[in-house]
Design a protein around this ligand. Sequence first.
Ligand code: IMP
Ligand code: MG
Length: 174
Amino acid sequence: MNSQPKLHILFTRQEIEATVKRLAAEISQDYHGKHPVLIGVLKGSFMFMADLIRRLDLPLEVEFIRLSSYGRGKVSLGKIKVVQGLHSPIRGRDVIVIEDIVDTGLTIAFLLDYLRKKKPASLKLCALTDKPSRRQVPVTIDYLGFTVPDKFLVGYGLDWDEGFRHLPDICVLE
Ligand code: IMP
Ligand code: MG
């Protein structure tokens, strides 16, 4: 039998709530008078997206996109493709991508490139967490929640092997 994974809380639900509130205020201010499309990257962003949009004081639309990801381990395979695309065109729209974590940056760099080709009026990135120590390609994060250490995180949408997404706090998996 495997030993039980050990979890410890890195950011509490209260800290997450305060951070989501801050990000929503920044976005509401910057997009005042606009009608952005928020594109959540599945599956990890679903909880963050749900909390964030409830605090946005704007008309907006929600889309999700699904990319092929890590497989079932902790290490990126480095090959990315779109598994589930967008349902509405984004040409001429103000687009904000909502991501759970920017790690090596390979996933988001691929996605931003893919979306840029669809000619949105603007394209920005909002990431809940950033693990800059592992970056392989440069990524500009326009709205960032937390900078995190080089640990594997779970909870608040983040998974390990599809588990732990439902945890309300962001935890380190040892
Ligand atoms: P990247 O391409 O290396 O930046 O990886 C980005 C994707 O890997 C994220 O969208 C997550 O789904 C996943 N990922 C990276 N680091 C973690 C982590 O610490 N916990 C859970 N998922 C992670
Ligand atoms: Mg993800």
